[in-house]
Design a protein around this ligand. Structure first.
Ligand SMILES: [Zn+2]
Length: 48
């Protein structure tokens, strides 16, 4: 499986925004907030 490791790239639906998150047991609220900021086009509540 490619991309195995603790980093993951998340792409915005628009294709122009990208965020790299570090996978941990639980993604911290700070990381969620930062990712939301970077993937600005995602609708509210995308991380369900
Ligand atoms: Zn976007």
């Amino acid at each position: 499986m490619p991309g195995k490791g603790d980093h993951e790239k998340w792409y915005c639906p628009c294709g122009r925004h990208m965020a790299v998150i570090t996978r941990t047991r639980e993604i911290s609220p700070g990381v969620v907030a930062d990712t939301k900021k970077k993937l600005a086009c995602l609708p509210e509540g995308w991380m369900q």
